[in-house]
Design a protein around this ligand. Structure first.
Ligand code: NAD
Length: 500
């Protein structure tokens, strides 16, 4: 795609800040409390997307690795479930403390494996620690309906129980944080688990398992590395797994739900997003532009809630584009080690870089114009220019499909009803934002948007106390908050006859 504007360059890191192999976890799957290497296992290269260098190799797991890990999780489930909440809570607090003590190594490892800026990796690790702290407290406050007589001479008691063993599959965009969003509530609710991290970014999940190994009984947390269609689908199909929880793309969600159908296990899906950003004519346009600088380009736009699809009232569209382009031109792009002020790093892999560039080519072919950016940066690393697309034909693919890169589309609307209709007119419904100074409109439009989260005059602000999850093609089930604890628990009704 051709661009009208000169592009900003990529700042490179000094060699001294590059990846340190001392940070790596031991090799192997984590099964029954120990790292287990299979000498004959095929290995998968783990690549630093800023340097394009192989920084580690991990095992390509097989179905028999999954069987061993599930057997360990089954063996561990009863004693773990029997612990009173206080005991499990103390372990979760100890995990949070251990992670806090090792914050720097986790930050370095995460940014080396994903290419994400140090500031984003710090947010991820801090968010991870807070998730464990929140779940350690929240689990002790969970309760069920009060006991009572609802049928004559029968006392009903509702118990909350763990599900048993949960299979977890995580994506590459926030490897440690997405693992924590599953592991913390799953353990808090009294389940054991087997987790398969993304084949591209397994390092911090393995490091996590290494760091907390002495805090958890053997078999409570198991990690099997490898490919989705092998290890992930073996988890989804496994007869001894009670729920499969996946964060990833819509296609993987479908595959997992299909595989889970045979055993009728529960399914928990956090899938893609294409967040509309609905900007009315009375919005504070400076606030919109500065907020989108972060909310659209955070983690290089590889973010399921990214503010990627702007719908702006036609009367202020030109003004907003000018302000947004000015912000985007100032974004600092570079290697993670090139300074704490770097805002955008490379994309996670060559395959994803090619995918995002193909989206840009297709947008151009469909008639869209890049007001800034529009292509790749030269040189080493999978760097794509932060891009704002304008003059987009209605229903162009770039406004409907998840690009998952540093690309924002801007379209216009003329009425409130049209804005709502177009905002909802995609198959995904994870998150959205409304920008207006009219209180009636902010409530009404937020209520009409088909998204699991709606921000008003803000975007991409999350907290552990509040739920995160989608509608429609973005999946079902909730991460974070007490709703996640509900999802990883089951209720049982016990009725006692006490008639005379
Ligand atoms: P992906 O679907 O390619 O991979 C996610 C995980 O699923 C990986 O571990 C992969 O190995 C596994 N997988 C792939 N095929 C599978 C199969 N057939 N059976 C079982 N597992 C399988 O997704 P990705 O590219 O790693 O991550 C990006 C996607 O994740 C985007 O669509 C993004 O929106 C989504 N995401 C959603 C949230 C959310 O909270 N809703 C958060 C982060 C990312």
């Amino acid at each position: 795609m051709s661009t009208e504007e000169p592009t900003i360059g990529v700042r490179r890191a000094p060699a001294a800040t590059k990846f340190d192999p001392k940070d790596l976890p031991p090799a192997g799957h984590v099964i029954d409390g120990a790292f287990r290497e299979t000498p004959t296992a095929e290995l998968l290269d783990i690549v630093d997307p800023a340097s394009e260098e192989v920084i580690a190799r991990v095992a390509l797991g097989t179905e028999s690795d999954v069987d061993l890990a599930v057997a360990a999780a089954v063996k561990a489930k009863e004693p773990w479930a029997r612990l009173v909440p206080k005991a499990r809570s103390e372990i979760l607090h100890a995990i949070a403390d251990r992670l806090a003590d090792n914050r720097d190594v986790l930050v370095r490892l995460e940014s080396a494996n994903t290419g994400k800026p140090i500031s984003v990796a710090r947010d991820d690790v801090d968010g991870t620690i807070d998730t464990f702290r929140f779940m350690a407290g929240a689990m002790r406050a969970t309760t069920t309906m009060a006991a009572g007589d609802y049928a004559e001479s029968h006392l009903s008691v509702i118990l909350r129980e763990p599900l048993g063993v949960v299979g977890v599959v995580t994506p590459w965009n926030y490897p440690l944080l997405m693992a924590a969003w599953k592991i913390a509530p799953i353990l808090a609710a009294g389940n054991t688990l087997v987790i398969k991290p993304s084949e591209q970014t397994p390092l911090t999940t393995l490091k996590f398992a290494e760091l907390v190994a002495d805090l958890l009984p053997a078999g409570v947390l198991n990690v099997v590395t490898g490919l989705g269609p092998v290890v992930g689908s073996a988890l989804a199909e496994h007869a001894d797994i009670d729920m499969i929880a996946l964060t990833g793309s819509v296609g993987s969600g479908r595959a997992v739900a299909r595989a889970a159908a045979e055993t009728l296990k529960r399914v928990h899906l956090e899938l893609g997003g294409k967040a509309p950003v609905v900007v009315f004519e009375d919005a504070d346009l400076d606030l919109v532009a500065t907020s989108l600088r972060a909310a659209s380009f955070y983690n290089g736009g590889q973010e399921c809630g990214a503010a990627c699809r702007v719908l702006v009232h036609e009367s202020v569209a030109a003004d907003l584009v000018d302000r947004l382009v000015a912000q985007v031109r100032e974004l600092k792009v570079g290697d993670p080690g090139a300074g704490d002020d770097i805002e955008v790093g490379p994309l996670v892999s060559k395959a994803h870089y090619d995918r995002v560039l193909a989206h840009l080519d297709r947008a151009s072919a469909e008639g869209a114009r890049a007001a800034v950016g529009g292509g790749a940066f030269d040189g080493t690393g999978y760097f794509v220019q932060p891009t704002v697309l304008v003059d987009i034909p209605v229903d162009a693919a770039c406004t409907r499909e998840e690009i998952f890169g540093p690309v924002v589309t801007v379209e216009t609307f003329s009425t409130e009803d049209e804005a709502v209709l177009r905002a909802n007119n995609v198959p995904l419904g994870l998150s959205a934002s409304v920008w207006t100074s009219d209180a009636r409109r902010s409530h009404d439009v937020a209520a009409r948007l088909d998204s699991g989260t709606v921000w008003v005059n803000s975007h991409l602000v999350l907290a552990n106390e509040v739920p995160w999850g989608g509608f429609k093609g973005s999946g079902y089930g909730r991460d974070l908050s007490i709703y996640a604890l509900d999802d990883y628990s089951r209720t049982k009704h016990v009725m006692h006859y006490h008639g005379r």
